[in-house]
Design a protein around this ligand. Structure first.
Ligand code: ADP
Ligand code: MG
Ligand code: MG
Length: 915
C-alpha cells in the first residue's frame, strides 16, 4: 500500500539536524517527541528517531486496540530514515542498529509509563554488536537489559505488588552473589551470557512463550505496550491526581540507541539547568559512568553529582552539556530538565522539558528570569511558571534554628543529604506506601515520614499521605525528588548513610537503629535528618510581614515575593478580602487584605457562654432582652478592634448564624454534671425546665434547621443588639478620626421577605444610633446567597439588598444535597470513578453551584447594575474558584488570611489570561 493524500500522517521523523515537527506540536507529538524534534531543529545532537502521534493512540483505543492500515508503511519509511542517519541497519547481522521505544504524553508523567531499550538484539545481532563495539560484556549487558525490560513491559512479568516475585532482579542478584561482585557493571561477558540464558528460560517458564528473536516483532510489541500503558492503573491514578484528561493519549517515540554503558568514557545522566528545590542557579543533577538509561534514577548504584564531579570526570562532555543547558534555557525561556548520554566522550541529548519545581523555587526562578531579561513580568505570572497554590510553600513553617542547634548538640543529627523539597517535616517512620495507607486509615491525623531506599510510581499514594519523604538513593532528578516537587512535599534524597532493612523494618545510621513508628524530622531546605521531633518557627515572609522579626533587606526570599506581588497587584482586577475576626485582623492586613469579606460574630458568643445561655433559656422578652444586652459591650469591643485594623477598608459582619444548640445541648449537660444545676440557679428555673428547653433545641438536621436569619426573625432583639454594637463602635471610631465602612450581612436568607425583615431592624437601629451619637456613617446592608432559593430569587432580594456575598460552603451543601460533614466516606470513590472532577467543597462545582451563582449575579445586577458581589466561602482561597469568580464578574473574593497571596496571584493570572 502506498501513501495517498487522504492518509493521516501518524509518524514524524527527527534527527540529523532536522525534524518534521517542533515544540509547538506537543498535543500531537507529546512533550518528549515535540522537544526531540525541536532539539534536532536547533542543531543539538539527538539520536535519529520518529514519533507516532497521540492521534494514533486515540485511534488505537477507538478501534479495539488495533492500528490503521497506513501506519505500517509510515513506520517502515521512518525506520529507513533512521538507518540512513545513523549508518546502521535494524536487525543486521554485521552492523545492527538498536532502538529504544519510549512513551511521551503531552504532560510528563514521571515513571508512569514504560520505556524499552536495546530493541533489535537477539542471539545473532548480539554477537555483531560485540564485534562492532569491541566490547562483548557491553553487548550482553544490553541484551540482558532488553530481555528484562521486554519481559516486564510487554510480556507482563513486572512485579505489581511488594509480594510479587521480581523474576529478573532475583536472578541478577543471585548471579552477582555467585560471581562475587557488587554491581552489575562488574559482571563479565561470560557471566552475562549465563544471565541472558537464565532470563530467556524464565520468560518461557513464566509466560509459556519464547522471548521474540525477530527485531520487527520486538518493535511492534514495544509500540503496543507503550500505547497500552496509557490505560494502566497507575497512569490513570496519576492523571486523576494531576487533572490530566484520559482522552489526551500518549505518543510513542522510537529512537536509535546511543550507549552510556560502553566503558568508562561513557555515562548516562539527568540534569537541571538550575536547582529546582530552592531555585539557586547552576547546572546540577546526577550521572553514572558506564551505565544505561534508568540506572541513574533506579538507585542501583549511587549516582554521582554533576555539579561536584562531572567537570573532573569528563571535562569536555561537561562543558558541552553546560553550554547546551544555557542554549536550551535561552531557547525555551525556562529552566530545563534534561536527559543525556555520553558515548565515548560524545554528548547525546535524549530529552528536554520545562523543569518541575517546588513552589518555593518557582517564585525565585520566575523573578530571577525577569531580572536576567529572559522573560517579562507578565510571563513570570503565568500559572505554569508560578502555580498560585505553590505560594503556600513560602509561608510554611521551618525548623526553629535554635531547636535544630540543640538537636545537633544532643547528637540527634543523623545525616545530611540532598535537599529536594523545601519545608520542615516531622513524623513517624513508615517504610512502605501500603503501611502509610493503613496508618492513615487508623488515624487521619497521623504524621508520617516515608523512608525508602528509593521510590517508584507504586509509592504514589503513600507519598501523598506522608508529611515528608526520605530516600537513601537518587539525586535531585530521582522519582522521589520529582514527585515531591510536584506534590509540594518536604523531601530529602540520596541519604546514602541510611541502611534501610525493609525486612527487619529498621533504618540504621552509624550505631543508631530506628524502627517503624519512631519519630524523625527532616529539613528540606538543608537536607538535615534528625532523630526525634524538632520545633518549628515561622517562614521568612511571616517573619517580615507578620512577626516583624526580620527586616525586608535581610530577607532575600521575601524580596522576591514582594517583587512578584507588585506585578500581581498591577494586573489583577478582583479584590481580595479576608475571612477574619478581630484577633486575626492585623495579620490579614499585613497579607494585604483589602477589607473583611466575612467576620463571623458567633465566636464572641462562645466566649460569653453564660450570657448566651441565659438568653436562650429566657421565656419572656424582657428577660431575653436583658441577657442579650449583656453581650453588647463585648461585641462592640470586638468590632472596634476589627474596624481599627481595617481602617478605611470595607468590613462585612455577618449576624449570628449557628443553631442555638451549639451553645447549649445535652452534650454540654453531660460533659459538665453541674451545668444544669448552675443554669437553674442562674435563671430561677427548675432543672427539668432546663432539660426540657435543651430537648426543644435539639435538631435532627441542624444544617437545615433553626439558624441564620431564622434566629433573628424569631428573636429580633439579637439582631438589634448586634446592629447597635456595630454602629456604636463605628460612630465612636469615626469621631476619633478613623474611617469605617461597615457592611452588615444577613445570613441564610432565601426569601426577599426574610431579608426585608432583618434589614429593617438593622436600618432602624442605625438611625437610632446615629441620632444618639450625632453623627452618620455610610454603611450597607446585604445578604449572603447561600441557599438555591436565594440565587433563584436574587432579583427580588436585590430590590432591598445593597450587596451579595456567595456563601459557597452552604450553597454547595444545599445545591448538591451533600453535607460537608458527611461526604468523606464516598467522595474519594467519586473522584476515583471520575464522577466529580474536583472535591466540590474545595473547588466550586462550576456547572452546578456555579450556574446558580451566575443566575444570582444576573438577577441581582438586573435590578442594580452596580451591585457589589463577592464570595466568602472556603472556595475564595482556591485558585480555580478564584478564576471562576473573576470570569463571573464578582467584585471580590474573601478567604482565610494565609490564602490571600494565593488568591491575589490567581486573580492576576486569570486577568492576564483574559487579556
Ligand atoms: P521516562 O519518560 O520514564 O523518563 P524515557 O523514555 O525518557 O522514559 O527513557 C528513560 C531513559 O532511557 C532515558 O532517560 C535514557 O537514559 C534512556 N534512553 C531512552 N532512549 C534512549 C536511547 N535512544 N539511547 C540511549 N538511552 C536511551
Ligand atoms: Mg525521560
Ligand atoms: Mg453559611
Amino acid at each position: 500500500m502506498s501513501a495517498t493524500a487522504t492518509d493521516t500522517k501518524y509518524v514524524y521523523s527527527f534527527g540529523g539536524g532536522k525534524a518534521d515537527g517542533d515544540t509547538t506540536m506537543k498535543n500531537l507529538l507529546g512533550g518528549k517527541g515535540a522537544n526531540l524534534a525541536e532539539m534536532s531543529n536547533i542543531g543539538l545532537p539527538v539520536p535519529a528517531g520518529f514519533t507516532i502521534t497521540t492521534e494514533l493512540c486515540t485511534y488505537y483505543y477507538d478501534h479495539d486496540r488495533s492500528y490503521p492500515p497506513e501506519l505500517k508503511d509510515q513506520v517502515d519509511s521512518a525506520m529507513r530514515q533512521i538507518e540512513e542517519v545513523m549508518g546502521a541497519k535494524f536487525g543486521d547481522s554485521e552492523n545492527p542498529l538498536l532502538l529504544s521505544c519510549r512513551s511521551g504524553a503531552r504532560e510528563s508523567m514521571p515513571g508512569m509509563m514504560d520505556t524499552i531499550l536495546n530493541l533489535g538484539l537477539n542471539d545473532e545481532t548480539v554477537q555483531a554488536l560485540a564485534k562492532s563495539s569491541g566490547n562483548e560484556a557491553f553487548a550482553y549487558d544490553s541484551y540482558r537489559r532488553l530481555i528484562q525490560m521486554y519481559g516486564e513491559v510487554v510480556m507482563g512479568m513486572k512485579p505489581q505488588a511488594k509480594e510479587d516475585p521480581d523474576y529478573f532482579e532475583d536472578i541478577l542478584e543471585k548471579k552477582k552473589h555467585e560471581f562475587g561482585v557488587e554491581f552489575d557493571s562488574q559482571l563479565t561477558a561470560e557471566n552475562l551470557k549465563e544471565v541472558v540464558a537464565q532470563f530467556k528460560a524464565k520468560v518461557k517458564e513464566v509466560t509459556g512463550k519464547d522471548f521474540p528473536t525477530d527485531p520487527n516483532e520486538q518493535v511492534w510489541g514495544a509500540i503496543s505496550a507503550v500505547f497500552g500503558s496509557w490505560m494502566n492503573d497507575r497512569a490513570m491514578v496519576y492523571r486523576r491526581e494531576y487533572g490530566i484528561p484520559h482522552e489526551w493519549g500518549t505518543a510513542t517515540n522510537v529512537q536509535a540507541m546511543v550507549f552510556g554503558n560502553l566503558g568508562d568514557d561513557c555515562a548516562t545522566g539527568v540534569g537541571l539547568t538550575r536547582d529546582c528545590a530552592i531555585g539557586e542557579p547552576g547546572f546540577n543533577g546526577d550521572y553514572l559512568i558506564n551505565a544505561q538509561g534508568e540506572d541513574v534514577v533506579a538507585g542501583i548504584r549511587a549516582p554521582k553529582r554533576i555539579e561536584e564531579t562531572l567537570a573532573q570526570d569528563m571535562p569536555e562532555a561537561y562543558e558541552h552539556l553546560d553550554k547546551i543547558g544555557k542554549t536550551l534555557e535561552r531557547h525555551y525561556k525556562e529552566v530545563q530538565d534534561i536527559e543525556f548520554t555520553v558515548q565515548k566522550g560524545q554528548v547525546w541529548m535524549l530529552q528536554t522539558r520545562n523543569a518541575k519545581r517546588t513552589g518555593f523555587a518557582a517564585v525565585k526562578i520566575a523573578v530571577d528570569l525577569v531580572n536576567e531579561g529572559l522573560i517579562t513580568p507578565e510571563e513570570a505570572l503565568q500559572p505554569k511558571r508560578v502555580p498560585a497554590d505553590g505560594l503556600n510553600q513560602l509561608l510554611q513553617p521551618l525548623f526553629d534554628p535554635s531547636a535544630k542547634k540543640q538537636a545537633s548538640e544532643d547528637g540527634h543529627l543523623l545525616t545530611k543529604a540532598i535537599n529536594a523539597g523545601p519545608g520542615a517535616a516531622t513524623g513517624q517512620i513508615v517504610f512502605h506506601a501500603s503501611d502509610a495507607e493503613e496508618e492513615y486509615e487508623k488515624d487521619k491525623n497521623v504524621q508520617m515520614i516515608l523512608v525508602r531506599r528509593e521510590t517508584s510510581p507504586e509509592d504514589l499514594r503513600g507519598m501523598r499521605l506522608a508529611k515528608g519523604i526520605l530516600t537513601a538513593f537518587g539525586g535531585a532528578s530521582s522519582h522521589a525528588a520529582l514527585v515531591s516537587r510536584q506534590m509540594g512535599k518536604t523531601c530529602i534524597v540520596g541519604a546514602s548513610e541510611l541502611d534501610i532493612d525493609y525486612h527487619a523494618g529498621t533504618v540504621t545510621v552509624g550505631d543508631k537503629v530506628l524502627k517503624a513508628g519512631d519519630w524523625i524530622s527532616i529539613d528540606g531546605f538543608t537536607g538535615e535528618v534528625f532523630e526525634g521531633k524538632v520545633d518549628t518557627s515561622a517562614s521568612e515572609i511571616i517573619e517580615v510581614l507578620i512577626n516583624k522579626t526580620k527586616k525586608p533587606e535581610d530577607a532575600p526570599i521575601y524580596q522576591r515575593y514582594s517583587q512578584l506581588m507588585e506585578w500581581v497587584d498591577k494586573h489583577r482586577t478582583l479584590n481580595v478580602r479576608a475571612n477574619t475576626e478581630a484577633d486575626e485582623a492585623e495579620k490579614s492586613a499585613a497579607f494585604g487584605a483589602e477589607g473583611v469579606g466575612l467576620c463571623r460574630t458567633e465566636h464572641m458568643f462562645f466566649s460569653r457562654l453564660d450570657d448566651m445561655r441565659e438568653m436562650i433559656l429566657a421565656t419572656d422578652q424582657a428577660t431575653r432582652e436583658a441577657a442579650v444586652m449583656k453581650l453588647l459591650p463585648h461585641q462592640k469591643e470586638d468590632f472596634t478592634k476589627l474596624f481599627e485594623a481595617m481602617a478605611g477598608k470595607p468590613v462585612t459582619i455577618r449576624l449570628l448564624d449557628p443553631p442555638l444548640h451549639e451553645f447549649l445541648s445535652h452534650h454540654h449537660l453531660e460533659e459538665d454534671p453541674d451545668l444544669a444545676h448552675k443554669l437553674a440557679d442562674m435563671t430561677g428555673k427548675s432543672k427539668e425546665d432546663i432539660h426540657r428547653r435543651v430537648e426543644e433545641l435539639a435538631e435532627s438536621n441542624p444544617m437545615l434547621g433553626f439558624r441564620g436569619c431564622r434566629l433573628g426573625i424569631v428573636y429580633p432583639e439579637i439582631t438589634a443588639m448586634q446592629a447597635r454594637a456595630i454602629f456604636e463602635a463605628a460612630c465612636e471610631l469615626k469621631k476619633s478620626g478613623t474611617e469605617v465602612l461597615p457592611e452588615v450581612m444577613i445570613p441564610l436568607a432565601g426569601f426577599a421577605a426574610e431579608f426585608k425583615n432583618q434589614a429593617k431592624i438593622v436600618r432602624e437601629t442605625a438611625a437610632k444610633v446615629f441620632e444618639e451619637q450625632g453623627i452618620e456613617i455610610p454603611y450597607l446592608v446585604g445578604t449572603m446567597i447561600e441557599i438555591p432559593r436565594a440565587a433563584l430569587t436574587a432579583d427580588e432580594i436585590a430590590q432591598d439588598a445593597e450587596f451579595f456575598s456567595f456563601g459557597t460552603n452552604d450553597l454547595t451543601q444545599t445545591t448538591l444535597g451533600m453535607s460537608r460533614d458527611d461526604y468523606g466516606p464516598f467522595i474519594t470513590k467519586y473522584r476515583e470513578a471520575d464522577i466529580v472532577p474536583n472535591d466540590p467543597f474545595q473547588t466550586v462545582d462550576q456547572s452546578g453551584v456555579g450556574k446558580l451563582m451566575k443566575i444570582g449575579i444576573e438577577g441581582g445586577r438586573g435590578v442594580k447594575s452596580d451591585l457589589k458581589i463577592g464570595i466568602c466561602g472556603e472556595h475564595g482561597g482556591d485558585p480555580n474558584s478564584v478564576m471562576f469568580c473573576h470570569r463571573a464578574g464578582l467584585n471580590y473574593v474573601s478567604c482565610s488570611p494565609f490564602r490571600i497571596p494565593i488568591a491575589k496571584l490567581a486573580a492576576a493570572q486569570v486577568a492576564l489570561l483574559a487579556d
